[in-house]
Design a protein around this ligand. Structure first.
Ligand code: RFL
Ligand code: PHB
Length: 391
């Protein structure tokens, strides 16, 4: 088989890239390890920056997002038992975010891909291998239903997430990795109950961090910080709600509606960047190149901005015969990535309980939070990062 761009991974990065390239007349094939249903079953991000919203529109898949997505004009910070609102439009000149689940983003992109008859090869397991991307004719090999296949292409886009094969295929000496692993995780629960509040609540408490998020007016997504040693099997739904309630203010606690979990899982927290993001004719995008702790809601949004830069570069290559865009892809993307890494790290260290930091750690966080909500300059810094820095 031959295509122009072989895309590894059918997560948001790979599907967004495929759709943007298709719109520009660039042929592409997506190769995914899992089944489509499996990909849709992973409950992840919930908050879209305007850049991600615009990209969905550019892909021609924005209709349902505009109908069902919830425009949010602020978040609440809860500390010392009280909530304080950060108003995005007031602080950022009118900007907002949209609450629309990654599952729905993925579903809309998969549907568009299927409707256009574009090729997605699912369920290839761990059989993908990348070849000759240091030359002009890269190839991707994989096994499907017991048969070996090869795709010849002009470029490979590694959109296969943190544990994917693309980054791992780069010679060790050609890549520098920066990593920080946090000493706790997030236990998340999804349930068909109305959210405790119409905006997201980020809570700093002496029992640890909690987040009240949502997917719709009838579906809630809640998280509590847990030790890395905790096992999800040992957290009953009741135990989860009991712990969440202890981390909320009295009003929110009062309004907390309990319901059976549709999904419950523990995610580790990590900051990670691999530099550069290009090796010959292989490009990395999204979680394949970088991870942020979810506290700043930046992971999916960074995937979107990577794809925006990369698709632009590839379109320029084919349409204008210019390699300027792809030559600067890594450098341009990394500038934005490092800013989001910084913001996500900062939100994480501000809101979580760090083992060993003790009472002074808690007091220092509370002092910073008080400064944050009391200073327009500090609130603005949070708001402009949360809604997304310009491209
Ligand atoms: P993905 O979504 O991991 O998709 C990669 C795809 O590649 C496939 N794959 C392979 N395919 C072929 N061959 C191989 N060898 C392969 N290896 C892997 C995988 O099966 C998968 O389908 O990466 P992508 O597309 O770059 O998207 C990144 C986002 O998923 C991620 O950044 C966000 O989910 C992060 N994130 C959040 N981001 C936000 O912007 N806002 C949020 O509110 C937010 N909340 C979150 C989050 C992530 C979380 N977890 C669980 C990590 C909340 C959580 C709890
Ligand atoms: C979510 O709804 O899953 C979510 C929202 C905000 C975050 C992280 C996760 O910062």
């Amino acid at each position: 088989m031959r295509t122009q761009v072989a895309i590894i991974g059918a997560g948001p990065s790979g599907l967004l890239l495929g759709q943007l390239l298709y719109k520009a007349g660039i042929d592409n094939v997506v190769i995914e390890r899992q089944s489509g249903e499996y990909v849709l079953g992973r409950i992840r991000a919930g908050v879209l920056e305007q850049i991600a919203v615009d990209l969905m529109d550019e892909c021609g898949v924005g209709a349902r997002m505009h109908k069902e997505g919830l425009v949010h004009e602020g978040i609440e910070l809860l500390f010392k038992g009280e909530r304080h609102r950060i108003d995005f439009p007031v602080l950022t000149g009118g900007k907002t975010v949209v609450v629309y689940g990654q599952t729905e983003v993925t579903r809309d992109l998969m549907a568009a891909r299927a409707a256009e008859g574009l090729q997605t090869i699912y369920e290839v397991g761990d059989t993908v291998s990348l070849h000759d991307f240091d030359g002009e004719r890269p190839r991707v090999r994989y096994m499907k239903d017991g048969a070996a296949h090869e795709i010849e292409c002009d470029f490979i886009a590694g959109c296969d997430g943190f544990h994917g094969v693309s980054r791992a295929s780069v010679p060790r000496g050609a890549i520098t990795e920066y990593e920080k692993v946090y000493p706790f995780g997030w236990l998340g629960l999804l349930a068909d109950v109305p959210p405790v509040f119409h905006e997201l609540i980020y809570a700093n408490t002496d029992r640890g961090f909690a987040l009240c998020s949502m997917r719709s007016p009838t579906r809630s997504r809640y998280y509590v910080q847990v030790p890395l040693t905790d096992k999800v099997e040992n957290w009953s739904d009741d135990a989860f709600y009991d712990e969440l309630a202890l981390r909320l203010d009295p009003e929110a606690r009062e309004r907390l509606v309990r319901g059976p979990s549709l999904e419950k899982s523990i995610a580790p927290l990590r900051s990670f960047v691999a530099e550069p993001m290009r090796f010959g004719r292989l490009f990395l995008a999204g979680d394949a190149a970088h991870i942020v702790p979810p506290t700043g809601a930046k992971g999916l949004n960074l995937a979107a901005s990577d794809v925006k830069y990369l698709s632009r570069g590839l379109v320029e290559f084919y349409r204008d015969r210019s390699s300027e865009g792809i030559d600067h892809y890594s450098e341009r993307a990394l500038k934005r990535i490092w800013k989001a890494e910084r913001f996500s790290w900062w939100m994480t260290q501000l809101l979580h309980k760090f083992p060993g930091e003790g009472a002074i750690g808690q007091k220092l966080q509370e002092a910073e939070l008080e400064y944050l909500v009391g200073s327009r300059a500090a609130s603005t810094a949070l708001a402009e990062n949360y809604v997304g820095l310009p491209l």
